[in-house]
Design a protein around this ligand. Structure first.
Ligand code: SF4
Ligand code: SF4
Length: 273
């Protein structure tokens, strides 16, 4: 079996995957796999979210599509109109699904759109019509110039073969997605450290964020401008400590990393001589 592996770290937000999907599916009837894609639909979508604030803002990019779940609520809602193929891809039958809005409502990822013109729920088919014609990969993967989307054998998705830990989008939904991810964006804590007495930015301050529930710690040193950024944090509340030889130790608690906070300027005072 094969699936799409998405690496948001490689994504340039060029949206060529979106365009390729539209080129393949708009105005084209690929029955019995899919009717023409309706207006304002994005069977593959490049989502971009601003996180942090001010100069410490960052764009988090995640390309999403139907996750072709092994435990798919849309199949249950479809009452025979949604099925899984032998290759694992979940397909909405465009004849049987007419008028069935429950299919769209059942998807926790919001991956199913409702085509009012055709009175039909629609979504990504993994370009099953092309694969059936001998294509080696779906159109979106072919179009991606950055290898942010790759079409891989599911057997290759092992700890030994992966260059980053394998993840699934919203595993808490319990749908066991077939589409896989690496490098999904995670919260960060950013800010800067300075010495108000000397009126200077402080480089090489050891900044450590410790998760207040799990105790998991992450560290980084401030740069020449005093800037620091603790990345790839688990969501939650953190205690953030600041240590530099010759300066008073400082600790901030209950920093909410769920929102990738910019904790602005942190003041460190020199130890009394
Ligand atoms: S992502 Fe949504 S539409 Fe796709 S298989 Fe899972 S539940 Fe069904
Ligand atoms: S084509 Fe690739 S790089 Fe461009 S937006 Fe899509 S996933 Fe990102």
């Amino acid at each position: 079996m094969k699936t799409i592996l998405v690496d948001p770290d490689r994504c340039m937000q060029c949206c060529l995957c979106q365009q390729a999907c539209k080129d393949e599916h708009c105005d084209n009837d690929w029955s019995p796999i899919a009717k023409p894609q309706g207006k304002s639909q994005f069977w593959v979508k490049c989502n971009e979210t601003e996180v942090g604030s001010g100069t410490r803002m960052k764009l988090h990019r995640v390309t999403v599509m139907c996750q072709h779940c092994s435990n798919a609520p849309c199949i249950a809602a479809g009452e025979g109109a949604v099925y899984r193929r032998e290759d694992g891809y979940v397909i909405i039958d465009p004849e049987k699904a007419v008028g069935n809005r429950a299919i769209a409502e059942a998807c926790p990822y919001g991956a199913v759109y409702y085509n009012e013109e055709l009175d039909l729920p629609q979504k990504c088919t993994m370009c099953a019509h092309l694969l059936d014609m001998g294509w080696k990969q779906p159109r979106c993967v072919t179009a991606c110039p950055a290898d942010a989307l790759t079409y891989v054998d599911t057997d290759e998705l092992t700890v030994d073969n992966m260059y980053a830990p394998l993840e699934r989008l919203h595993p808490e939904y319990g749908t066991d997605p077939q589409v896989a991810y690496v490098n999904l964006p995670k919260p960060f804590i950013a800010g800067a450290v300075y010495d108000p007495k000397a009126d200077k930015c402080l480089a090489n301050v050891l900044v450590t964020a410790t998760h207040m529930v799990t105790g998991k710690a992450s560290s980084a040193y401030s740069d020449t401008l005093g800037e620091f950024r603790l990345v790839k944090l688990d969501p939650g509340f953190y205690t953030v400590s600041f240590f530099k030889d010759g300066y008073c130790y400082k600790e901030l608690s209950k920093i909410d990393a769920r929102v990738s906070p910019n904790i602005e300027d942190v003041v460190l005072y020199p130890l009394p001589s």
